[in-house]
Write a new protein. Structure first.
Length: 393
């Protein structure tokens, strides 16, 4: 089981009063349509119930810089159920984060140094049903956008949340549907030709505060606009073994947002593009770029890139070296940063060492420049060890 994409705190100032715009009922109409359409199932499609239980535990330390030096333990327990039938699938998973936050206590970084750092509550993450019919599928329920959108298999190795959900999403949208948060909505997918998959999601625009209103992932406000996400995923080369995997898409949030000139603007859009490119049998390069409207975004743009090298100190080991840049809007002023934010840079090197299919050990080292984007912030050195245990069938 892979590690989640990671939560992110938002530095966006108070957005002010938002108009109460009820979400459309498109999900119910399409769900009814899916029941009517005859099912489609491949002959080799697996059927039955599968479960997984995973635990990720880590010890990380701020050994230099940041707000202060310190060491924390952070853990994440995850349970997953998947069911597959004739033309139907269902999925449910829940998280129990626990331990301390290195970001909150020591480093003070914006991007969040650990991608399992989350509010310490048992919470539902996703709960959905899916109908498949040929090259078309419809998924309805509680969905997290970063499960299917914006992802990179190569970047998933890294620990920093900067390589998880794009900063232009996590840093700008209110309580966005990324780990550990899911929201009600639907996702349409269409396999177009041999190399493209088109996806469109219509999601609740605000999942509610996970530390307050929506502590367990079961309560939603339904009145802060709609989030639309569209993406085209294209495979280069043989679809069964592509040499490159590219994604490009846009998102639009229908809520109201505070702007840099002190007014309230309706709607916010952005775009994300990424690529995973196999340079040879052992070396894979990835890159991702995201942008958003400058006048209403804490993060106008961000970029991540890096390399993964397999077979390092062992045939199954993977060494990753990654770099991330998060541009922070200097036109927003806060009480903590009256001079405005600047940017944050992250350099990370990590080594995944799988002992077998169930246990992986991962030492990690990060260097964070200007943590939190504050002009007076001290560059931080973060080091730690993560252990991932997965059981199930």
């Amino acid at each position: 089981m892979g590690t989640p994409n990671g939560s992110r705190r938002s530095a966006t100032p108070d957005r002010g009063a938002r108009a109460r715009r009820p979400n459309p009922v498109v999900a119910l109409a399409l769900a009814a349509l899916a029941v009517i359409v005859p099912p489609y199932a491949r002959a080799d499609e697996p059927a039955g119930l599968r479960y997984r239980v995973g635990y990720t535990g880590e010890v990380f330390a701020d050994v230099h810089g940041g707000m202060r030096r310190g060491t924390v333990y952070t853990g994440l327990l995850q349970g997953t159920l998947d069911w597959h039938g004739r033309g139907w699938s269902a999925h449910a998973d829940a998280y129990l984060p626990h331990g301390d936050s290195l970001t909150a206590h020591d480093t003070g970084d914006f991007s969040v140094a650990s991608n399992i750092d989350a509010v310490h509550q048992l919470r539902l993450h996703e709960l959905w049903g899916e109908r498949r019919n040929g090259k078309f599928s419809l998924r309805v329920g509680i969905l997290a956008a970063d499960t299917e959108f914006w992802g990179s298999d190569t970047a998933a190795l890294f620990v920093s949340s900067a390589f998880g959900a794009p900063s232009v999403v996590s840093g700008n949208l209110p309580h966005s549907p990324i780990f550990p948060q899911g929201v009600p909505g639907l996702r349409l997918a269409l396999v177009a030709g041999k190399a493209d998959t088109l996806r469109l999601a219509v999601l609740d625009g605000d999942g509610g505060d996970p530390a307050g209103f929506n502590r367990h992932g079961l309560q939603f406000p339904f009145d802060h606009g709609v989030l639309l996400v569209f993406e085209d995923q294209h495979l280069f080369g043989n679809p069964a073994s592509p040499w490159a995997n590219a994604r490009a898409g846009v998102f639009f949030h229908g809520g109201d947002f505070a702007t840099t000139n002190g007014t309230i603007a309706h709607g916010a859009w952005g775009g994300v593009a990424s690529i995973d490119h196999s340079l040879d049998e052992r070396l894979v390069w990835f890159a991702r770029f995201g942008c958003a409207q400058h006048d209403r975004s804490t993060v106008p743009w961000s970029v991540e890139t890096g390399l993964n090298l397999g077979g390092v100190f062992g045939a199954k080991n993977t060494l990753g070296i990654g770099f991330a840049y998060v541009d922070l809007n200097d036109r927003f002023r806060t009480a903590d940063n009256p001079l405005g934010l600047r940017h944050e840079l992250i350099a990370e090197t990590t080594l995944g060492v799988p002992f077998d299919e169930r246990i992986t050990v991962q030492p990690d080292l990060q260097y964070i420049i200007d943590p939190g984007g504050a002009p007076g912030a001290r560059n931080a050195v973060v080091a730690g060890l993560r252990v991932i245990v997965t059981l199930g069938r």
